[in-house]
Design a protein around this ligand. Structure first.
Ligand SMILES: *Cc1c(COP(=O)(O)O)cnc(C)c1O
Length: 229
């Protein structure tokens, strides 16, 4: 990664961060919600420590990364300077990375199959760390996309609870790029509601206001803050 990243000044990134925060607060108020009930997960994947640091120093303490390995390379030094940091894993998890994921992340948003649920449960037992867990739902039933299909989400949530003893806090989805996002957000909200789940991670740079209108408690925003990847 070269010039594209190097040419952006930190001030510009901080301006965009402030603007995104304002838009989140406005969308929450417009929906009759308390802005405090919507958390910005700042997605820092592909961006180097030097670009993340100013955002962290500006008081943004919740970040998302989509690869375990990349997070392990970037975040130990960043973590050292921030006590209340909350790191979210938002990308697909392989079972051989479950140990690192449970040890390192505060929230794992991509629980989506038995094998991963079991691996996470084993690691929680082993190391005694309890990251909050979300189940990813493939609301558009896209073959290439991770996540459980909507029609088996209830059964999978029950398996997580009963078979693996996992407490699931909520749901996450990534709507198909060419679809209207709102039916996907509404579907995720319904599945969460009927399963008594309170965390809803949905909405990205292009549609976070819509997601907030439809109940998102966490929006995952990358390029609207850091610029294009
Ligand atoms: C990259 C990514 C985001 C952020 O996307 P932007 O469009 O840059 O805001 C959100 N969620 C997931 C799962 C991602 O991989």
């Amino acid at each position: 990664m070269t010039s594209q990243h190097d040419t952006k000044s930190p001030a510009t990134t901080l301006d965009r961060l402030a603007e995104v925060r304002e838009r989140i607060a406005r969308a929450a108020r417009d929906a009759g919600r308390d802005p405090k009930d919507v958390t910005l997960v700042c997605v820092s994947k592909t961006f180097p420590i030097s670009e993340i640091m100013p955002v962290l120093e500006a008081g943004q303490l919740v970040f998302g990364e989509n690869r375990v390995q990349e997070a392990l390379e970037k975040w130990p030094s960043l973590k050292a300077g921030a006590s209340h940091l909350e790191l979210h894993l938002i990308g697909p998890l392989q079972s051989n990375k479950a140990r690192d994921a449970v040890a390192f992340f505060d929230v794992i948003e991509t629980v989506d199959r038995d094998k991963i649920a079991r691996a996470i449960a084993d690691e929680i037992q082993r190391c005694g760390r309890h990251p909050r867990l979300l189940v990813q739902v493939n609301t558009g039933a896209e073959p290439q996309k991770a996540g459980v299909l909507p029609e088996v989400a209830d059964a999978f949530l029950e398996t997580c609870r009963k078979t693996y003893g996992l407490e699931i806090a909520g749901l996450m989805c990534i709507p198909p790029v060419n679809d209207q996002a709102s039916p996907h957000f509404a579907l995720l909200n319904r599945i969460a509601a009927r399963n008594g789940l309170t965390m809803l991670s949905m909405g990205m740079s292009g549609d976070f206001e819509l997601a907030i209108q439809l109940g998102a408690t966490h929006v995952r925003v990358g390029s609207a803050i850091f610029g294009a990847r």
